[in-house]
Design a protein around this ligand. Structure first.
Ligand SMILES: *Cc1c(COP(=O)(O)O)cnc(C)c1O
Length: 719
């Protein structure tokens, strides 16, 4: 959507203030700074960086802070080459915003799709995400923008966002939060015609909690973020949207009320009537109550209101284990939602029945149940997850057999311009021709085979060397922050070898991700890290602040570095986030994923590694269950019938076997020039099979062809 839609509204002056600060030759930077579009354009980041490299680094890649704080603007304005890059990028953005919208059934700029999610991972400077779900949502918005699909994102503005991680010398995780205010971010207030802020109010736990709305531009897609830190709210009310996934369940339900009900009210307040509500995970399920309430107010009976509301809702589930789908006791639900039920004109008993989860004893109120009952279609996020979800939710659709449960799947995909490193993209552009990403012609894919092996290998060496440089610097700083002796700090400068086989494992540390398998059998793990063919391992990941089991796993991995002779071979990078992920994902030769099946609904980091010529070695679960074809990486077939201890033991042995017998020898099988041709053949197979099938272009195409098409959703009728 372009600047003239209701979601943009009058200018708050923030943009004008920034413009006033900029020397005239740099004026195009103001609209660019307030639109994250630059972040996925070739050379976009470099334009801001080159204005003031020091400030760019210290601002965390935040263009608004850069331009507000830099003392180098006049110098930059005198740099003719830089000015012409600024102008070209500015013209690019203007052209992007004025492109006509894509044709999609029932979806128009006036009736866009409203995409609801509790977190968004758009850029490292906007810390309102925790992990895979948020990064996927960010990729979704970017892809919708690239495809000119009228879509608007809804979320919460977490002023203290996701936590930062610091490990103490014993490897124990500590958390801290950094406040980010909307004034220092590329966020603009949503205002009424008279210039006052648009406010929505939601009765939460009996209090009318008010929220402001901030607008972040993600290319053509506006993202509206609700912020309850508003004068007049109680202290609890003001704090409500501070942190992402707070530990307390009741507070979380209060946040979900703000997201779902508040989000719907925000759309109404700015005059947008979405054609479709897309609930990305159950957190946003309470949005359906607003839709039902609208129908009730218009005089419908409850069954009619539900049927009408359903026609406008689609739901994506991301949680393959029953326990991960949040549910609440009657008392909790009544405590938080009682007043909202009254205001919506929806009797509490009916509200509870819509989310009813039977589990033997007293029924509970489940957000996923609500989303399933109040949506016209539901989908899982990988083929395997679809099978599981149908079995898991069959009781809700009884007496239908599992195969007839109306839950389909759309496998997740990743945004190529965000996740493919420029060096790799240049290589493919050069050999496949520009525009190859969107070309369905198999001949173009076949052209991957014709790329000379040594060229692919040169780029792999370059990306690995970049990671090694990056990891050394991070590691030195981490050790200094941890208060380690300077001698140990200095060792980090020599850690890692830019030519060694580099294995990566970085993701949220949840018990099911089984990071501990890497060290399950030290007698086999340690020899892999020693000797002339030693591999090196980059680890990163945060444990949820209240998950002590996961923190113990972080500590056990951290302790690995104390083993004799391997300290230069294992690096644990603190504070895994979007600042860290791109270098790690692009630089690793092998990307490891060891979930306990069937807990991985999809997973996306392996797709990002593949986009950069990394090879996957993963348990057959989530996306790899359909992505592995026998020739494009390595797979561990986990036996789900044995008890978890034995399963862990077998899977760890399978991992060491693959590394010893296949991965290490193949990596070191070189020609006279040092090129590992068999390894590069695997890279080519991986690129051919994974890039087109697991990019977000394919994902969005699937959503358009199935989920977003009226009457095409599989969920006709329901529980
Ligand atoms: C892609 C990504 C994830 C998701 O990783 P999985 O391995 O799929 O869980 C998490 N965090 C960040 C920062 C990412 O970029």
């Amino acid at each position: 959507m372009s600047g003239s839609t209701p979601a943009s509204g009058p200018d708050s002056g923030a943009l004008a203030r920034l413009k006033a600060r900029l020397p005239a030759p740099l004026s195009a930077l103001a609209p660019l700074a307030y639109n994250y579009w630059w972040s996925w354009q070739r050379g976009g980041e470099e334009v801001f960086r080159d204005v003031d490299p020091g400030r760019w680094a210290s601002s965390g890649g935040n263009p608004v802070r850069l331009l507000l704080e830099s003392a180098r603007l006049d110098e930059a304005a005198a740099d003719a080459a830089l000015v012409s890059r600024v102008e070209a990028l500015g013209i690019g953005l203007a052209a992007e915003l004025s492109r006509p919208c894509a044709e999609a059934e029932g979806v128009t700029p006036a009736r866009p799709i409203a995409f609801f999610c509790a977190e968004y991972g758009i850029h490292r400077s906007l810390p309102i995400y925790a992990g895979g779900l948020g990064v996927l949502a960010g990729d979704f918005l970017k892809e919708a923008s690239d495809r000119a699909l009228p879509l608007i994102g809804i979320g919460l503005f977490y002023r203290r966002g996701y936590f930062h991680q610091r490990l103490d010398p014993s490897g124990w995780q500590h958390e801290y939060w950094v406040s980010v205010g909307p004034d220092d971010l590329p966020a603009l207030p949503v205002l009424r015609a008279d210039g006052t802020p648009v406010l929505v109010q939601v009765p939460v736990r009996g209090e009318q909690v008010h929220a402001r709305i901030w607008r972040v531009h993600v290319g053509r897609v506006p993202l509206l973020l609700l912020d309850s830190d508003v004068e007049g709210n109680s202290a609890v009310g003001r704090w409500l949207t501070s942190r992402l996934y707070v530990g307390d369940r009741v507070l979380r339900l209060m946040q979900y009320a703000m997201l779902g009900i508040g989000g719907s009210r925000a759309l109404a307040a700015i005059g947008i009537t979405p054609s479709l509500f897309h609930l990305n995970e159950g957190h946003a399920a309470l949005a359906t109550l607003s839709l039902i309430a609208d129908e009730l107010r218009a005089g419908s009976s409850l069954p009619k209101a539900l049927a009408a509301a359903k026609e406008r809702v689609v739901f994506t589930t991301h949680t393959p284990v029953a326990a991960g789908n949040e549910s609440y006791g009657r008392g909790e639900a009544e405590f938080v939602l009682g007043a909202a039920a009254g205001e919506l004109g929806l009797p509490l008993e009916d509200l509870l029945a819509l989310g009813r989860r039977e589990n033997g004893g007293e029924p509970r109120f489940g957000l996923t149940e609500l989303a399933l009952r109040a949506s016209r279609s539901a989908n899982a996020v990988s083929r395997r997850h679809g099978q599981l979800a149908r079995a898991m939710w069959q009781p809700l659709f009884a007496p239908r057999p599992v195969d007839a449960v109306p839950v389909s799947h759309v496998t997740n995909g990743v945004h190529l311009p965000t996740w493919m490193a420029p060096a790799f993209r240049d290589l493919l552009d050069r050999h496949l021709g520009p525009g190859w990403e969107m070309d369905p012609d198999p001949a173009r894919k076949a052209a991957i085979d014709a790329i000379p092996d040594d060229e692919i290998w040169a780029v792999r060496n370059q990306l690995r060397a970049q990671l090694v440089r990056f990891a050394r610097v991070r590691s030195v700083v981490d050790r200094l922050e941890r208060g380690m002796p300077i001698g140990y700090v200095d060792e980090a400068e020599l850690a890692f070898d830019p030519a060694a086989l580099t294995i990566g494992f970085a993701r949220r540390v949840a018990s099911y991700k089984r990071l501990h398998l890497l060290v399950r059998n030290p007698a086999r793990a340690l020899p892999l890290l020693r000797g002339p063919r030693a591999l090196q391992v980059v680890l990163a990941g945060k444990a949820h602040p209240s998950d002590d089991d996961a923190k113990r796993i972080v500590q056990a991995i951290f302790a690995l570095k104390a083993e004799q002779g391997v300290s230069a071979r294992v690096i644990f990078l603190e504070d895994y986030d979007l600042a860290l992920a791109p270098s790690v994902l692009a630089g690793c030769d092998v990307w490891v994923n060891l979930p306990r099946p069937p807990n991985e609904a999809c997973g996306t980091s392996g797709m990002k590694a593949a986009l950069n010529g990394g090879l996957n070695l993963a348990v057959l679960d989530g996306w790899w269950w359909e992505g592995f074809d026998g020739h494009n990486g390595w797979a561990i077939r986990s036996d789900e019938s044995v008890d978890p201890w034995d399963q862990d033991g077998r899977d760890a042995e399978a991992l060491y076997d693959l590394l010893e017998r296949e991965v290490v020898p193949l990596f070191h099988d070189r020609d006279a020039a040092g090129v590992p041709h068999a390894w590069v053949r695997l890279i080519k197979a991986s690129l051919r099979s994974i890039v087109p099938a697991f990019c977000s272009t394919r994902m969005l195409r699937d959503y358009l062809a199935t989920v977003y098409r009226a009457g095409h959703g599989p969920a006709e009728g329901s529980a």
